[in-house]
Structure formats: structure tokens, C-alpha cells
Design a protein around this ligand. Structure first.
Ligand SMILES: Nc1ncnc2c1ncn2[C@@H]1O[C@H](COP(=O)(O)OP(=O)(O)OP(=O)(O)O)[C@@H](O)[C@H]1O
Ligand SMILES: [Mg+2]
Length: 230
């Protein structure tokens, strides 16, 4: 579904992503692990087109999207859940969800299944985004990204600052979405146990490079936990 080939990314003079390449398959959760500042968010921003890549290529379902704008990528099926959630605090839950549908025609309803995945959003539908708890905002951010029916869902540290019970709920939803085999999921995480539970494939980043990769069930045996804890 997603094919990333040798991308390079710079902020000013610093080389942030170095010849980074991987594939993410339909029906699989690809987990990207790495400590603070290794370039995880920069990678996701590059996939989304928020920062332009200098060299290398990005293909979605066979289509070259390397130079598409973020808007075009949403239309083509990329859903993005940014780090820190970026909920519109003054808009209601309903309005936030509609932002996820903004590229569709005006009367497109919010898909009812989003409320099956996240029942709390239905209860809170007329509340302002800014009045929700961190965990509820995270669920809203995921629902907003799902509203447009993505083929590729990318999530940047969805467990950051969230209480354990909601982390469990979010994990269940991510697994269920992957198991439908209608999308590929790329999940950036620093929380090892959550990542290990969900990973079909894992990638470990260090200083802008992928330094280790493998299948999710082998993470423990291949020493990823130790690498993350030192
Ligand atoms: N807009 C920017 N301008 C200049 N440098 C930046 C910018 N954004 C990030 N950086 C630098 O690029 C590097 C990679 O940052 P990035 O946010 O991708 O890391 P990360 O792995 O997501 O970190 P974290 O785990 O803290 O979220 C860091 O050294 C960071 O300081
Ligand atoms: Mg980050």
C-alpha cells in the first residue's frame, strides 16, 4: 500500500532523514520506534507532504505521491493523526469530525461507524474539542482522520499523555482497523509494550535512519526493548 524509497529530508543544514525506505502492507500495523528527536515526526510529515522531501519517492497504492500537497494526499487516501492531536479547541466534536470530511461535498454525513468505534464521541458530539480530556481528544483525532476513509492511516505517538484505560481502547481500535484489511497503518511510538502488542512489522530509527527492522512477534527476541531502554 505504501512504498517509501530512499527519502532524504533537511531542516536548514541538518540532515534529518537519511535514505529512509520501507513498505507498509495492507492489513498490517507497521510500528516505527525510536527515541526523542530521531526524526519520527519528520518522517510522518514527509509522508503527509507537510514538509517536502528533497530526494526519494513515496508511492501510495502504486501512485507516485512524492510531490503532492497534503490536501491531494488526503483525497488519495492518507489519514494523519498528528503528534499532540491538533484538535480545534473552539470547534465542537461534530465540527472537528466534519473537518475530516472537508474535501467531500458539503452534505456528506459523518460516517456512523466512527461512533461505534468511539462511543464517547457521540455523547460529546456538541461539546467543544478543547473541553475534552486528552484521551477523548486523541480518539477524536483518530476519528477525524478516519472520516475520509483512508487507505493509509498514520499515527504519531497516540499514547502520549493518555490514561491507560483509553490507551487500551485505542489499541483495540487500531487492531480492528488493521484486521479489516482495507488500510495500512503506520504507527510511531515510544511506548514499547503498546508498540509490541500491535506490531506486524517494526522499524527502529536512530538519527534519521532505520537501523533495525523485523516482524512484530520477534521484537522481544531481537532485542528491541533493550535498545529502547538504553
Ligand atoms: N521545524 C524544524 N526546524 C528545525 N529543526 C527541526 C524542526 N522540527 C524538528 N527539528 C529537528 O529535527 C530532528 C527530528 O525531529 P522530529 O520531531 O522528527 O523527531 P521525533 O523523533 O519525532 O521526536 P519526538 O520523539 O520528540 O517526537 C530533531 O533534532 C529536531 O530538533
Ligand atoms: Mg515526534
Amino acid at each position: 500500500m505504501l512504498k517509501v524509497e530512499g527519502i532524504n529530508q533537511y531542516y536548514g543544514g541538518s540532515h534529518i532523514l537519511r535514505n529512509l525506505g520501507f513498505e507498509a502492507k495492507l492489513g498490517e500495523v507497521t510500528v516505527v520506534l525510536g527515541r526523542n528527536g530521531v526524526g519520527k515526526t519528520t518522517l510522518l510529515k514527509s509522508l503527509m507532504g507537510v514538509v517536502p522531501v528533497k530526494t526519494g519517492g513515496i508511492r501510495l497504492d502504486g501512485q507516485d505521491i512524492t510531490h503532492d500537497t497534503p490536501y491531494e494526499r488526503v483525497r488519495k487516501g492518507v489519514g494523519y493523526v498528528p503528534q499532540g492531536r491538533e484538535i480545534f479547541g473552539r470547534l465542537t466534536v461534530d465540527e472537528n469530525l466534519r473537518m475530516g470530511l472537508a474535501y467531500k461535498s458539503g452534505g456528506t454525513p459523518v460516517p456512523a461507524e466512527l461512533f461505534e468505534l468511539f462511543p464517547v464521541l457521540k455523547q460529546m458530539i456538541n461539546r467543544r474539542g478543547g473541553d475534552l480530556s486528552g484521551g477523548q481528544q486523541q480518539q477524536l483525532a483518530i476519528a477525524r482522520a478516519l472520516a475520509a476513509g483512508p487507505k493509509l492511516l498514520i499515527l504519531d505517538e497516540p499514547t502520549e499523555g493518555i490514561q491507560p484505560s483509553i490507551i487500551k481502547d485505542i489499541g483495540r481500535v487500531i487492531r480492528m482497523l488493521a484486521d479489516r484489511k482495507t488500510m495500512a497503518i503506520v504507527l510511531v511510538e515510544q511506548y514499547y509494550d503498546f508498540a509490541a502488542e500491535l506490531a506486524d512489522q517494526y522499524l527502529v530509527m536512530e538519527r534519521g535512519e532505520i537501523i533495525q527492522r523485523g516482524r512484530g512477534p520477534n521484537m522481544e527476541a531481537e532485542g528491541v526493548r533493550d535498545r529502547m531502554s538504553i
